[in-house]
Design a protein around this ligand. Structure first.
Ligand SMILES: C[S@@+](CC[C@H](N)C(=O)[O-])C[C@H]1O[C@@H](n2cnc3c(N)ncnc32)[C@H](O)[C@@H]1O
Length: 246
């Protein structure tokens, strides 16, 4: 059984509305371009496909896409966009669930590897990706660099958004390599704030490279964003591509 928290019906119903920036053409255009090029004429498998924010437009580009997703509520929202024949989804844990066939590309975006709360499960997720890849196939992860340089000694929280409609901050347990993302979101016209929190196991790129190596994959490319900009010591996130040997 996974340590991932189950995304509720209420979260699923809000997801596409709240993720305006992440669902914008400015974000999705380069994301889909990047993934479509790697898929080539092969099939793609999205771990934690959610409501199909990325999978649906990638399918629209002609790439056959399948998904694994833990929350039936998220899949119910996806099903309003596309049917099972067009984008099949297995309900299950991305660390263990199996989808028939071989894939040119497995991808796991929007920090979602961190929803697996133990190192063992994150390693299993890499192994599961490798099991689904054809020789020469690629596993892509999008993940934030842990923002620990922003955490002064003695403090436990780092704010990441302070705007009129939303207050967001992360709190850290450095000994356990865990963070909790806290959100206070203005809900409706009466000015009240809704409180939400999600737990994550953060990891640096180097730890992911080791997980990939355990799974038999080799780092091919690491960039700072979907536009291919170089990854540097100032980068706040990375897109990493590991390859199964031919
Ligand atoms: C931030 S959303 C990302 C959804 C989609 N990939 C996107 O980019 O919009 C995280 C998703 O991961 C799913 N999830 C979390 N843990 C999971 C697991 N162990 N196996 C499969 N899906 C999981 C959640 O249900 C949720 O749909």
């Amino acid at each position: 059984m996974t340590t991932s928290e189950l995304w509720s019906q209420a979260e699923a119903e809000r997801y596409d509305g709240e993720e305006n920036e992440m669902s914008s053409a400015a974000v999705l255009g380069p994301t889909v371009d990047f993934l479509a090029e790697l898929a080539g004429d092969g099939r793609a498998l999205e771990f934690a496909v959610g409501t199909g924010r990325v999978g649906v437009p990638l399918r629209g580009r002609g790439v056959p896409v399948a998904g694994i997703e833990f929350s039936e509520h998220m899949v119910a929202v996806l099903r309003r966009k596309t049917d099972e024949e067009t984008l099949p989804v297995v309900i299950g844990d991305m660390a263990t669930a199996a989808v028939p066939g071989e894939f040119a590309l497995v991808y796991l975006v929007y920090n979602t590897i961190s929803n697996l709360l133990t190192q063992d499960e994150q390693v299993e997720c890499f192994r599961n990706a490798a099991r689904h890849l054809r020789p020469g196939g690629r596993f892509v992860i999008e993940l934030g660099v842990p923002p620990l340089r922003l955490l002064p000694p003695g403090q436990v929280a780092v704010p990441f958004d302070v705007s009129a409609g939303h207050l967001g901050f992360d709190t850290f347990d450095l000994a356990e390599q865990m963070l909790v993302s806290h959100h206070l979101t203005r809900d409706g016209a009466d000015g009240r704030y809704r409180r939400g929190a999600s737990r994550h196991r953060y990891a640096w790129p180097a730890e992911l490279d080791l997980m990939a190596r355990i799974a038999g994959l080799t780092l091919e490319r690491r960039v700072a964003d979907w536009d291919g900009s170089p990854f540097t010591q100032e980068s706040t996130k990375h897109i990493s591509v590991w390859r199964r040997p031919v």
